[in-house]
Write a protein that binds this ligand. Sequence first.
Ligand SMILES: CC(C)(COP(=O)(O)OP(=O)(O)OC[C@H]1O[C@@H](n2cnc3c(N)ncnc32)[C@H](O)[C@@H]1OP(=O)(O)O)[C@@H](O)C(=O)NCCC(=O)NCCS
Length: 199
Amino acid sequence: MTVATPASKNKAKKIEVKDIMALPLTKADESWFNKEFVRGFMSVYKDKTFIITEDDKPKILGPTNIKEKEKWLHGTAKEEFNDYVLTGKENYKALKLKYKGKLVGAIMYRLLDETKKTIYLAQLFIAPSFQGQGIATHLVDKILPKLHPDYKRYEVLTRHQNDVGMLFYNNLEFTIGDTSLVEKYGYNPLYYIGFYNVR
Ligand SMILES: CC(C)(COP(=O)(O)OP(=O)(O)OC[C@H]1O[C@@H](n2cnc3c(N)ncnc32)[C@H](O)[C@@H]1OP(=O)(O)O)[C@@H](O)C(=O)NCCC(=O)NCCS
């Protein structure tokens, strides 16, 4: 198995992460978000084989199912944008990341006021040409803690096939949780793995 490599991965880092700005995603960002969400996730999923649910039935998508994967990701982008931006549910947050005026990625997350205040990272992607530059690390390690200093626990789910996502969270010293962490967010532990980190 080869791990997906972003175009920029083997090049010298060319971005000053301190110049990354995080701003609220708004309705005006919708078409950019839909397009880049698909491109961002396809950078990892295009050559993977995994199961999605379509019309309440499981469906296997492999490396040849590019169109189906794109359609599934388009649907997910639309639903998430609706929940995190358009309907503005309480404690649902969505940020875009800008570098020198260019949109380079986005994150959607929830603030959970549990005994230990928790941030659930629901969706995170970096545009493929900006991957491998430390942007997502800077976001999770520096920007979010600064925005929400009281929230010390972070939780996230990744598909078992998302090797890049798992390397990313391992690199940030997240730990694998048990299956209840996956079920907490309504997902199937056969398809997803939960990670958490307490700062
Ligand atoms: C996962 C993702 C958000 C990481 O964003 P990024 O800004 O490229 O990540 P960083 O540059 O901060 O990488 C930090 C570390 O993660 C790991 N990593 C990230 N991308 C990797 C890759 N393609 N291959 C191997 N390791 C990788 C490395 O350990 C890296 O540290 P290093 O650069 O010192 O080797 C990005 O790859 C992405 O958008 N993927 C598609 C969407 C997705 O999978 N989101 C997460 C799902 S929960």
